[in-house]
Structure formats: structure tokens, C-alpha cells
Design a protein around this ligand. Structure first.
Ligand code: FDA
Length: 327
């Protein structure tokens, strides 16, 4: 995770509008984006969802967008989630036996959390509208984790929504944050559904562990807490060592296949996704869609040197790959 020396520059590029303009205009980008993003429209994403369900994988769907500073955009995001939930509810009455295989993932920064002083209240209001619609059709809603500075506000929103919809609302915790073991203990005690990931942002050492070895150790400590707790752990990682440890920790905590699940991102380690499903494990794929894919896409490049190299090689003939490093 942190072995990539270009990671900080890439994560800065993920938030740079200049880099965004350069990268999104490159013809080659589209082809590579398609590996990680299930199209720009709801219809295309739903086709991907149907195919994954046929392969016995569960899904969580994310309408891409983040760091919204326009209240109108935040309202459009809410409307898109409401339409998505309607479409998913129809799926669960037809092709899918129960709604459990269906989940949506939501970023509070897409719902207005970054809108100045009112941001928290706006994000809560918008998230509540989505949480109510999701609960009405029994579909799970998970609130994604973003920049550490927004964590207190996000967890306050999640606690408020969980009071209203304890069965359907859950959230993400990032193992690299120094606070996360304590957050895991609190949510495990409450019986919450928690997606544990390592963390994808460039956070300062004052709040986050920065070495892969340390983050991996923290991930395992958090996982142990969640597996021993009263909630439902969602093991979000592509790391073979974490996957193996999760299976052992689940057995040690007397959890069967239905008492926890693995989660991976769309387009990443599909063979491993198939292997786990073949073993009877519950495996959920995070399916992002929409035209605001830039930040998500660049974070995937930052995670893995091989992904970045692939992109740079494809882009090199166009002579524009340097844009990535040019903040
Ligand atoms: P790590 O990065 O250490 O990689 C271990 C191994 O996994 C690699 O050696 C490689 O084999 C494989 N691998 C990892 N990434 C790969 C890639 N991009 N392409 C191909 N192979 C790869 N983060 C966050 O901050 N907030 C959030 O809300 C979420 N949400 C989320 C949901 C889900 C379902 C997942 C799976 C992940 C997230 N993340 C996230 C991202 C997460 O924090 C992390 O950045 C990535 O999952 C990469 O970390 P790994 O645990 O996979 O291990």
C-alpha cells in the first residue's frame, strides 16, 4: 500500500482539478477506467450488478462523486440514489431471493458534508432521505470513509441514522487511523455492521499509520475486535494475508459463512472473488458508477504500482503521462 513512492503525488492529483482536466481528456483513460468503474449510467451499472448476482456475488453500489460544494449537485446525488433503490427493489422481487445481496454505499462529501458550516446538517438530512428509502425496501446502506478530518462528523451521522435504522445502516472504518481500534470496539459492542478497510487517503502521521507493516497489524487487531463483537464484520481487502487471517479469526469466533463477509472492489482480483465464492464464502463487490469517476480512479492507481505502470505505458505514446505528477 505505502510501498509506492508516487502514492502521495497521486493522491494529491486525485484532488487536483488541473490533473483531472488533463487525465479525463486523454482518450486512453476511458479504456482503463472501464476496468474499475461499471459505466457512467445506472442502466450500465445494473447490467453489471445482474451479472455479478448470477455469479453468486453480492454487490454494493456507489454513485460516484465526492467533495461536492454545490447544494444542487448534492440533491441530484440523493435523487439518483432514490432511483437506484427503486431499481434494486425491483431486482430483489425478481432475480434475487432476498435483499441481503444488495447494498448501497454512500459518501457524505457527495451529500453536502463539505458545504461549509451547514455541511454536517445538510449531509445528515440527505443521508437520512436515502437511509429511509433503503430501509423501506430492506436494502443495506453503508457510509463510506473519507478524509480523517470528516470522521467525527461522519460517525455522528451514522450513529443518528443507526438509531433510526439499526438493521440496515452501517459504516466503513479505516484501519490506518490511530483512532480506529477504539471505534471498532464501540461499534462492535453496539452490534453494528462494519466494513473494515485499510484506508485509501494520504493522511498525516499524527492521525494515521503510514507503513504497510503497521497498517496490516492494525487491520488484524481491528478485525479480531469486530469478529469477537456483536456486529457483522465486512472484510474489505484484496490482501491474501488479511483474507486468510479473516477466515481463521471467524472460525475462532464461531462465525459461520453467513456471519461475516468479504468485500472487494469491482475489477480487482476477480479470480480471488470467484475462488472465495466457490468456497461458499459471502463475497460482495463494490460497484461504482457515474461520470464523476476521477478521484476514485486515481486512488486505485495510487494503491498499486502495477496499475499505475499499466496506465503510464498506455498513455506514454500520447506524451501526456507526466500530467499525473505535475500538480
Ligand atoms: P493492499 O493495498 O495492502 O494490497 C494487498 C494486495 O492486494 C496487493 O499486493 C495486490 O495483490 C492486491 N491489490 C490491492 N489493491 C489492488 C489493486 N488496486 N489492483 C490490483 N490488485 C490489488 N478506503 C477508504 O479510505 N474508504 C472507504 O470507504 C473504502 N471503501 C472500500 C470498500 C471496499 C469494498 C474495498 C475493498 C476497499 C475500500 N477502500 C476504502 C480502499 C481500501 O482502503 C484500500 O485502499 C484498498 O482496498 C487497497 O488495500 P488492500 O486491503 O486491498 O491491501
Amino acid at each position: 500500500m505505502f510501498a509506492n513512492p508516487l502514492r502521495p503525488a497521486l493522491l494529491a492529483a486525485a484532488r487536483s482539478s488541473r490533473a483531472e482536466r488533463g487525465i479525463t481528456r486523454m482518450p486512453v483513460t476511458r479504456r482503463i477506467v472501464d476496468r474499475f468503474v461499471a459505466g457512467e449510467s445506472r442502466e450500465t451499472a445494473l447490467e453489471v450488478v445482474r451479472e455479478l448476482l448470477r455469479q453468486n456475488r453480492f454487490v454494493t453500489i456507489d454513485y460516484l462523486g465526492e467533495d461536492t460544494v454545490d447544494p444542487g449537485r448534492a440533491e441530484r446525488v440523493v435523487r439518483e440514489y432514490l432511483r437506484l433503490l427503486e431499481a434494486l427493489a425491483q431486482l430483489s422481487q425478481g432475480d434475487v431471493d432476498s435483499p441481503r445481496p444488495l447494498e448501497i454505499s454512500v459518501k457524505l462529501s457527495a451529500l453536502g458534508q463539505a458545504l461549509g458550516e451547514d455541511g454536517h446538517a445538510v449531509a445528515l438530512r440527505n443521508a437520512r432521505a436515502i437511509a429511509e428509502a433503503a430501509a423501506a425496501v430492506g436494502i443495506w446502506m453503508t457510509v463510506d470513509a473519507e478524509d480523517h478530518a470528516a470522521t467525527d462528523s461522519r460517525l455522528a451521522v451514522v450513529r443518528e441514522l443507526r438509531r433510526e435504522h439499526p438493521e440496515t445502516v452501517g459504516t466503513v472504518l479505516q484501519a490506518y487511523l490511530r483512532r480506529t481500534e477504539a471505534d471498532c470496539a464501540a461499534f462492535a459492542q453496539e452490534g453494528a455492521r462494519i466494513r473494515l478497510c485499510k484506508g485509501a487517503y494520504d493522511e498525516p502521521g499524527s492521525v494515521a499509520l503510514r507503513r504497510k507493516r503497521e497498517v496490516d497489524a492494525a487491520y488484524l487487531r481491528c478485525l479480531r475486535i469486530l469478529m469477537r463483537g456483536k456486529g457483522y464484520p465486512m472484510v474489505a481487502t484484496h490482501d491474501p494475508a488479511m483474507i486468510e487471517a479473516a477466515a481463521l479469526l471467524a472460525t475462532a469466533a464461531s462465525r459461520g459463512c453467513a456471519d461475516f463477509e468479504f468485500q472487494m472492489l469491482y475489477g480487482i482480483r476477480p479470480a480471488e472473488q470467484e475462488r472465495l465464492t466457490g468456497l461458499g464464502q459471502h463475497l460482495r463487490v463494490y460497484v461504482p458508477f457515474g461520470d464523476q469517476w476521477y478521484g476514485y480512479f486515481v486512488r486505485r492507481l495510487a494503491e498499486r504500482p502495477a496499475n499505475l505502470l499499466f496506465f503510464l505505458r498506455a498513455a506514454a505514446p500520447e506524451g501526456r503521462a507526466t500530467i499525473l505528477l505535475d500538480r
